[in-house]
Design a protein around this ligand. Structure first.
Ligand code: KIV
Ligand code: NA
Length: 265
């Protein structure tokens, strides 16, 4: 295998090869995702929801993100590993943002960081990039701002917000970001943004006109079952499968079927 780099992702876009990205927060899952040939693994702050059971991404801390990222890095041989800077670790000022990004790179071994937002975080993005740390942007529905938006519905349907998103995307490319996530925006707008940039645009709920796709792994394998947005394709129904397995195990223990003679010493 050849390692995926920020450079190879930009080449994939120029050659028309779509980029496949998934989340992972732990060693065991990251090993499976990497072994399957997924190009980019995101240690998303969605760990706040998926791993810790919080309602939003806001509570997860930088220390917790570093723990997740270090676990993922130990498993990965091929994929590019991108780590979310969590809420509160970069919004104050560019120095804080750089300090947080440096902690992720040094303490987890991650390959790049992702920050939510456009021109509001321009100076922080530049500061991090100047230190040699690759940055992935994230526009559209940015869950760290959920209390500003008020809902998780599709973003940038109005012309003013669409125009700001386009300007922010161009700014992030000019600043030096190697890629951009667009979350829950109209497909037509996402395609326009992807066509106007040379860096890859990775979509989630952003249609098929972008340069790659990302999903939360636990959602796409059906381990979670309460979250059912239109953009989510479920490749497995693990919630049901795992429930059956646990019930079977419970019954086997209760009935003394497990362990059998062959399963003991
Ligand atoms: O945290 C996350 O999982 C994300 C993706 C949904 C893009 O940011
Ligand atoms: Na995230």
């Amino acid at each position: 295998y050849k390692r995926v780099t920020t450079k190879s992702l930009v080449e994939m876009k120029s050659q028309g090869e779509k980029i496949a990205m998934l989340t992972a927060y732990d060693y065991t899952m990251a090993k499976i995702v990497d072994g399957a040939g997924i190009d980019v693994i995101l240690v998303g702050d969605s760990a706040s929801n998926v791993m810790a059971g919080h309602e939003t991404t806001l509570p997860i801390t930088l220390d917790q993100m570093i723990y997740h990222a270090a676990s993922v890095i130990r498993a990965v041989h091929r994929a590019l590993v991108v780590v979310d800077l969590p809420f509160g670790s970069y919004q104050s000022d560019p120095k804080e943002a750089l300090r947080s990004a440096i902690r992720i790179m040094k303490e987890s071994g991650g390959h790049a960081v992702k920050l939510e937002g456009g021109k509001e975080i321009k100076d922080s993005v530049k500061r991090i990039l100047h230190a040699g740390i690759p940055v992935m942007g994230h526009l559209g529905l940015t869950p760290q701002s959920i209390y500003k938006f008020g809902t998780y519905t599709v973003r940038a349907k109005e012309e003013a917000e669409a125009a700001k998103l386009k300007a922010d995307a161009l700014m992030l490319e000019k600043a030096g970001c190697f890629a951009l996530v667009l979350e829950k925006v109209p497909a037509k707008l996402a395609q326009e943004v992807a066509e106007s940039l040379t860096i890859p645009v990775i979509g989630i709920g952003a249609g098929n006109g972008v340069d790659g796709q990302v999903l939360v792994t636990h959602d796409m394998i059906g381990m979670t079952h309460e979250f059912n947005p239109r953009f989510l394709r479920r490749y497995l129904d693990l919630y049901t499968e795992m429930t059956s397995a646990f019930e079977k195990y419970r019954d086997d223990v209760k009935s003394r079927d497990f362990p059998s003679d062959e399963e003991q010493y």
